[in-house]
Design a protein around this ligand. Sequence first.
Ligand code: NAP
Length: 330
Amino acid sequence: MSSRERAIKVQVPGDADAMQLVEVEVGDPGPGEVRIRHQACGINYIDVYHRSGAYPLPAPFGIGGEGAGLIEAVGEGVTHLAAGDRAAYASQPPGSYCTARVMPARNVVRLPDAIDFETGAAMMLKGLTAQYLLRRTLPQGGLQAGDFVLFHAAAGGVGLIACQWARALGLQLIGTAGSDEKCALAAELGAAFTINYRTENFVARVKEITGGRGVKVVYDSVGKDTWDGSLDCLQPFGLMASFGAASGPPAPVAVGTLAAKGSIYLTRPTLFTHIATHENTQAMADELFEVVGSGQVKIRIDQRYPLADAARAHRDLEARKTTGSSVLLP
Ligand SMILES: NC(=O)c1ccc[n+]([C@@H]2O[C@H](COP(=O)([O-])OP(=O)(O)OC[C@H]3O[C@@H](n4cnc5c(N)ncnc54)[C@H](OP(=O)(O)O)[C@@H]3O)[C@@H](O)[C@H]2O)c1
């Protein structure tokens, strides 16, 4: 089976207009692959890093690492999926901004019937990230109910899932966001405290909230603009989890800084290490499906765009106009 499909491609990395909608030929899946027809495609900040060249890819390249749809065919050796299955994924290589694609099966999982396609496309990359951060990226001794953590960009896609999941775990998540409206949203969805880091000194507020102690973990995806302050929010032996750089990469860190800040730990995790195997992907997805299925975590889709409007979607994301998840509809 082979068909003409529509896909967003980048010839030369650059601003949002570097993305063009083109026609592509999509054929049969090879060994270990599936062919999936998207019902919705997720948008993530990593797509901006790919498109802009901040994370270089050999051109021309596709964009997008998240989607949901129907399996049309499976290649040799694929046993966990079959044609006709409803499925969703967070996966490399980029290329989910399209009507249909052939891709590795490893990170594609069956989508529970109770979860619609748009929700599936909006939650896999962001939800599996929240899963590995809150459940696997932990300080010495782990996190217990009542512990304070600081989560930047709390009203964003990953952020709003983390707010709800942290509440379900009994954690006191202090969420930062770039406007009072975004702070109100994060609080509504589970942040115990919020800080507008455009108008308030977040280090001083974290100290005040925690009675001078600081937090056990900082989950920092903002990077350059929050880096120094984040280190100052940690309590001794705390963990700095740097998982993104929406404002640009943080400056290199002198190892001695970790001593000066109180024997702190530093990690720079990526989802793709965690989902390197199908077994890990499925185990993490099962936990995500559980919290979404039980209603503890609701996936907010605050922006929907036609596939052809991918450039507008990226402009909105980069201008910090979005909250929660965004999806493209093919
Ligand atoms: N390492 C991993 O495994 C992994 C996986 C998924 C996502 N991530 C990272 O997690 C972060 C969140 O991803 P997402 O897709 O859910 O995006 P998002 O949070 O919905 O959007 C990014 C947010 O970052 C904040 N931000 C602060 N400074 C910014 C700036 N200078 N330019 C643009 N945005 C800025 C904005 O919120 P405010 O206006 O509230 O500040 C913006 O809404 C991203 O940095 C992403 O790369 C990492």
